[in-house]
Design a protein around this ligand. Structure first.
Ligand code: KG4
Length: 325
């Protein structure tokens, strides 16, 4: 990345095919693949950016949250690289990276704004007050939205990853056919719950199997997507109103869903708020978003030492203090 916003190169080695046969990510396989490809990928990124190792001013790396084995490979590679090049090492929180994907897509976007992050492991509503001043105001109290997409997709016999397959199936369905819950949590207006929704889908599928009824899978997929959208979007709009935010952004893999994109676009238009939705290639995990957020953390003076560790869980607004070198 140059000056945070300009992507010189962003390399991706997708492991989706390798995990698809197991129906989900196998942590050890993921870590081992990271170890195999990371050196080559970093070299390719430099080559495609048209720069040499000496042109690198800082190294940014995701250190939390995520699968610990994979994170440790990245953290240790970044430490070695930063040490060899004699440049600062910048620790980046994965969710902060997802938010930053919007800065790459929209050069004019700057905080404050409200951001909804919906990925495989997280469903969060964040008040982005500054580039590094982020407050999580709402979250899923159980499953993440993406996790539900993957589980429902598996239940319907679709492959992994489930989100895109479920979206494709839902296109031919009626989203009002199946009645599914949209739970709220008393006293916690921005928090969400998706596990009851998932269980409701499980019950519909099992009852149909037991009774020998034909299941309208496309309509069940569409009804499920409508329920996720109905849980998510009113909370985002309510938060934007109460906090007085006139800009709304969306991030994370589930932000690729066309129904959710269309619904949030309509809600933003109706309330006359600007909406920022990154293109699909920036919605899923990518290196550019980490480099972008790393730039802003760097400007803020955030540095890690050679004792930087990786963490499976960590709040995006309550970061573990990392030692400065
Ligand atoms: O952000 P992401 O690439 O990875 C992390 O979890 O950090 O998000 C992956 C999640 C998966 O659960 C996947 O099924 C979901 O995003 N996803 C989708 C779609 N594309 C990916 N969910 C719904 N509709 C989609 N089109």
């Amino acid at each position: 990345m140059r000056d945070g916003r300009e992507t010189l190169s962003s390399e991706l080695f997708s492991q989706v095919d390798m995990h698809a046969i197991y129906g989900g990510v196998v942590p050890e396989i993921a870590s081992r693949n990271h170890a195999t490809v990371i050196g080559h990928l970093a070299e390719t990124a430099l080559k495609n950016a048209g720069i040499g190792r000496g042109d690198v001013d800082a190294v940014a790396v995701t250190y939390a949250p995520g699968l610990i084995g994979a994170l440790l490979v990245g953290v240790n590679f970044a430490k070695g690289l930063a040490m060899a090049l004699g440049v600062p090492l910048i620790p980046v929180h994965h969710i902060r990276g997802h938010i930053a994907a919007n800065y790459i897509a929209y050069p004019e976007l700057s905080p404050p704004f409200l951001c909804v992050i919906v990925s495989g492991g997280n469903s969060l509503i964040a008040d982005v007050r500054g580039y590094t001043d982020i407050k999580i105001i709402g979250r899923s109290l159980d499953d993440a939205a993406g996790e539900c997409f993957d589980k429902v997709a598996r239940l319907l016999g679709l492959g992994y990853p489930g989100g895109p397959a479920l979206e494709k199936l839902a296109r031919n369905g009626d989203g009002t056919l199946y009645s599914l819950p949209r739970p709220s949590i008393e006293g916690r207006p921005y928090d969400m719950s998706f596990s009851g929704l998932k269980t409701a889908v499980v019950n519909i599928v099992h009852s149909a199997e037991q009774r020998g009824d034909e299941l309208d899978k496309a309509s069940l997929a569409a009804s499920f997507t409508a329920a996720v959208s109905d849980i998510l979007i009113p909370r985002v709009m309510m938060a934007a109103g109460e906090l007085g935010r006139d800009k709304i952004a969306i991030a994370g893999g589930v932000a690729a869903n066309s129904r959710i994109r269309a619904d949030i676009l309509k809600a933003a238009e109706d309330s006359k708020r600007a909406l920022y939705i990154p293109p699909l290639y920036l919605c899923g995990d990518n290196a550019a978003m980490i480099g972008c957020q790393g730039y802003y953390e760097y400007l803020e003076g955030v540095r890690a030492g050679m004792d930087l560790n990786a963490y499976a869980t960590m709040d995006a607004d309550n970061l573990i203090q990392v030692a400065a070198c």
